[in-house]
Design a protein around this ligand. Sequence first.
Ligand SMILES: Nc1ncnc2c1ncn2[C@@H]1O[C@H](COP(=O)(O)OP(=O)(O)OP(=O)(O)O)[C@@H](O)[C@H]1O
Length: 509
Amino acid sequence: FQSSQKEAIRVKEELRKEVECLRADLQQVREDRDQSVAQLNTLTAELATYSEQARKSSKDSELLRIKAAAFEETCSSQQEQIETLQKQLAVATEKLKHADVTAIEAMTGYESQKETIKDLEERLAYAEFQIIEADKLRKKLHNTILELKGNIRVFCRVRPFLSDTDSNGQEEAIISYPSSVENAGRGIDLMNQGQKCSFSYDKVFDHSASQDDVFVEMSQLVQSALDGYKVCIFAYGQTGSGKTYTMMGKPGRDQKGIIPRSLEQIFKTSQSLESQGWKYCMQASMLEIYNETIRDLLAPGRSSSEMPGGKQYTIKHDSQGNTTVSDLTTTNVFSTADVTSLLEKASHSRSVGKTQMNEQSSRSHFVFTLKIFGSNESTGQQVQGVLNLIDLAGSERLTKSGATGERLKETQAINKSLSALSDVIFAIAKNDDHVPFRNSKLTYLLQPCLGGDSKTLMFVNVSPEASSAGETLCSLRFASRVNACEIGVARRQTQSKSSSDNSNRLSYG
Ligand SMILES: Nc1ncnc2c1ncn2[C@@H]1O[C@H](COP(=O)(O)OP(=O)(O)OP(=O)(O)O)[C@@H](O)[C@H]1O
């Protein structure tokens, strides 16, 4: 028993050891299992991550596929474009080649055209020179014809719209110019109350004509005063139509009017004639006729230009057709500057009034006279010329001027002298035996200019305004009558020294 007990204990010990071993194994297996479970969890988590990534990648790859498809489409369309462009390039290259050839041809053509242009320019310059020369000749011939016809010349000048007083050209134009060749530069059409009235004169200056353009046309006439002719230039027209602008102008080289330009020319030419032996002596006088009274604008040392003691200046014509005004101041002048200062003096003395039509309206007739005495030492020739430059008072009718009182008296006096002027013109035009020169101071003073042996030019100044159409029509009609007046062929006042020694001297004064 004991041995069996021992055996049992031994077996039990062995079994216990075996159990322990098994327990250790079990423990090992459990740890392995836990490790495997942990690994499994990790792998499961990784699998989930990979699955997520795979899903994303699949989405991305889908997007990429779409994009790739789009790119492919773009590529294929670009390929098409490239093909088209290549074709176009080929065509353009072909064209360029062609253009190169053309350019070379054009270059050659250009060179030859340059030559042609140069040649044409030279011919044009020569033609222009010929035109200028021909124009000078035309003017000269025209003047000669007019002188031979013996008519009073008439130039018409239309002033531009004035920005401060006129309607600025907004209204319909009432003045137009015929385009026919025969009337170019000579015709003028006026629309008055729906009717077109056409006139033509020796020259018509439109609103764009400069002072220079105007003077060019009359410089020869002015020149003839130096040759011993009586020259009379007067401006007629309603108030504000541009008479003073035409005759006197405004300060500034380009704005100078006929009076300063004529004097400049006369002094310049007289100086250049000195080389041919001519010596000139010039005397200027200036008067105005205001309310039928003559005023001496150069009266020395008197505040008033009227004669003291109520004496009147009287106009006299001698048998030679020379005009003198008694007691009128005449001043020797030697240069344009002398005359300029006299003109300034005269402008201070002038009567300037106001009417509704023109704030600075000249209400008197202004007469500038330059007597020219020339003698030639070497030839013994003597000449006596006269230059009368006259700015008449405004010709508007009484109703239009809106004048009352003192102004009404002035307007009536102006109207009287201007209507006396038109009576004289009508009498001359009709060849009447009696011409009423003595009916006004103005007409009596102008008798030699209107009655013959003088070169006379009238400016008819007109305004472009529709509101002045009636006055413009009156002025243009009057001017046509004046233009029709034959006053005879102008006579040159000249004589040789030998005859003057025979007590037939020219009167100097
Ligand atoms: N051709 C022109 N170019 C530019 N301005 C002009 C022209 N003619 C006239 N004028 C302007 O028109 C206005 C009126 O002209 P102007 O004084 O010469 O008229 P008028 O006929 O002499 O008037 P009045 O009878 O009152 O003396 C002035 O301001 C003048 O400067």
